[in-house]
Design a binder for this molecule. Sequence first.
Ligand SMILES: C[S@@+](CC[C@H](N)C(=O)[O-])C[C@H]1O[C@@H](n2cnc3c(N)ncnc32)[C@H](O)[C@@H]1O
Length: 265
Amino acid sequence: MHSSFQLAKKYLQYYLSASNSKGHGMHSPFVFQFILHVLNNHSGYQPPIKIENLRRQLLTDNRLLEIEDLGAGSRVASSKKRTVRQLAKAALKPKKYAQLLYRLVNYYAPETILELGTSLGVTTSYLSAANPSAKIFTIEGSKAVAAIARENFEKLSLKNIELIQGSFDEHLTSAIHQLSSIDLAYIDGNHRYEPTMRYFHQLLPHLHNYSILIFDDIHWSEEMERAWEEIKGHTSVRYTIDVFFLGFVFFRQEFKVKQHFCIRF
Ligand SMILES: C[S@@+](CC[C@H](N)C(=O)[O-])C[C@H]1O[C@@H](n2cnc3c(N)ncnc32)[C@H](O)[C@@H]1O
């Protein structure tokens, strides 16, 4: 994993070299629409306020959980016991990015969604609320954390989420088969080269022309940067969009020329 200093340096490089966040000078109509409706909210989508209210509650929740860390760990603490509050602070996607996922689902309306890495269920809740008719599978390795996520889905009355408790390695194949075809997958756990590439290759045969993959923390470590470069280079991949903390992958064959976009967000 990169040090905080290295990461800040990389972020600054990204920020200075990325394309304009308003879409000025963007030649791809698809990416222009992505900037307009997903990165910026020109469609006026309003996510339900109750999800951020829940996050606020989690940030003051002192319940102590026993965590089995199956992934690459967190950059904040590595102890086996954490409070809900610590997790809410360290492991969850901030509001800005979680609401970006909400807009993406609103705009592209995927019907089958797979999330690797539920944690307390905040991003899952956004994915779910953005399209209540979608079928969502989310996988979380830690039993105690999954129990809190379940509790949160109940509190928010979200009905379209199937939470699988267990390791990605153990449950990914069956989740993919149950969904049969994947419209959207969000990979937000086990941020290392080998598993990331393995999940990518496992997902590939179940994707279609309009599928979207989202990889989290693509610049978090050298391993993740290597995985991201390899994904970008894969023959099936047409467009990628890098907003530093998230990487979006598109497979539309009508995009004749492979292109990679780095956009300020
Ligand atoms: C960054 S958190 C997910 C955050 C969540 N998507 C959000 O922003 O609301 C990653 C989660 O993935 C889980 N995880 C990591 N590696 C895993 C694995 N191999 N199998 C199952 N769960 C795993 C961790 O327990 C952790 O809760």
